[in-house]
Design a protein around this ligand. Structure first.
Ligand code: F0G
Length: 341
């Protein structure tokens, strides 16, 4: 039975005695993917959360707390996953959800998912960064509506549980840690999670997409583009926290090309792990760091943040969408032909 993260980690979360709004999030699989020489590679499958991404860890805490404080609605800006998660948890908690997306820049399935959960979707012209500043203004102006982006400290507190699970599963801190970075909330949450537990810190590597890599460039970007729409962000709200995480652990910010992202998505999928492009960026970064000899020895954990079904159209760029048509009495011959190398 999974009673959700607030139940599992209550003493660590600093929450009042509230009634959790939960969908049984967390406790995601950590798969031993391979041993690359002295590096033991683990993949944490965050796409197995209830709405298909890691956002549920933060959302259970943020929505529970917002409800406890008397909010009747939540609002967020989103590249898609926060929207779907906010919509689901608001629905579960009986709150209204408003999600604000950059017009035309969010994967269709994420829009449908948020809408199916009952959220009201508003699209603004511009990019994610403009959407975020617009929703911040709304939340600052009104008491009854809670902002559930990762600038909400309860979101980050909930996302710390990813670090707790890694420590509980491995029995110690990994040597290296790799994850995709967009608005930079998740890397900051993991850093604080590892630090709060006091069992050691992994070297932290934040991977961005080339074309949307402000942390690699060292300054905000006005125009961003990448196939990984979830991390198409030029002004990460938690940039300062993310820089602290990387500097303290002597890690790095790195970026990977769209081609490398799609290649990584394919390689993972052929091994049975279907993730969305933003998550594949982490794997592309992991491989790059390995090839450069940059990974520390020991356990390396990569966070695969979102499910491949979230944006399957992008996988359709390399996966065959049309089946081979065969007549039913020729099926055996067709298969035999396909089996011969
Ligand atoms: N991976 C996925 C699948 C995401 O959806 C996001 C962020 C990230 C990685 C990056 O995490 O922002 O904490 O650095 N998605 C946000 C959203 C922006 O609106 O769903 P981050």
């Amino acid at each position: 039975m999974n009673k959700g993260l607030i139940h599992r980690y209550h003493p660590w979360l600093g929450l009042p005695d509230l009634t959790p709004v939960t969908l049984g999030e967390g406790s995601t699989p950590m798969v031993h993917w391979a041993d690359w020489g002295p590096h033991h590679i683990w993949l944490k499958l965050e796409g197995c959360n209830p709405t298909g991404s890691f956002k549920d860890r933060g959302m259970t805490v943020a929505v529970s707390q917002a409800k406890y404080e008397g909010a009747t609605a939540v609002i967020c800006a989103s590249t898609g996953n926060t929207a779907a998660s906010a919509a689901a948890y608001a629905g579960r908690g009986g709150l209204k959800a408003f999600v604000v997306v950059p017009h035309g820049q969010v994967a269709l399935q994420k829009m449908i998912q948020a809408s199916a959960y009952g959220a009201i979707i508003l699209a603004v012209e511009g990019n994610f960064d403009q959407a975020l500043s617009a929703v911040r203004h709304v939340a600052e102006s009104e008491q009854w509506i809670a902002l559930v982006n990762s600038v909400n400290p309860w979101r980050l507190r909930g996302q710390e549980t990813g670090a707790y699970e890694i420590l509980d599963d491995l029995g110690h801190a990994p040597a290296g840690f790799v994850l995709p970075v967009g608005n930079a909330g998740n890397i900051s949450a993991y850093f604080h999670g590892f630090r709060r537990r006091g069992e050691g810190l992994p070297q932290m590597f934040g991977i961005q997409a080339q074309g949307a890599d402000p942390l690699v460039q060292g300054h905000d970007l006005d125009n961003v583009s990448t196939v990984a729409s979830a991390i198409r962000i030029g002004k990460p709200a938690s940039a300062h926290l993310a820089r602290e995480a990387v500097a303290t652990t002597r890690g790095q910010f790195r970026s990977v090309s769209d081609d490398a992202i799609l290649q990584a998505q394919k390689e993972l999928a052929h091994g049975g792990v279907f993730v969305e492009p933003a998550s594949a960026a982490a794997y592309a970064g992991l491989k790059m760091l390995y090839q450069e000899g940059r990974l520390p020895e020991g356990d390396i954990v990569a966070i695969l943040t979102g499910n491949g079904l979230k944006d399957s159209a992008t996988a359709g760029l390399w996966a065959a969408v049309e089946p081979q048509v065969v007549s039913s009495n020729e099926l055996l011959t067709a298969i035999a032909d396909l089996m011969t190398p």
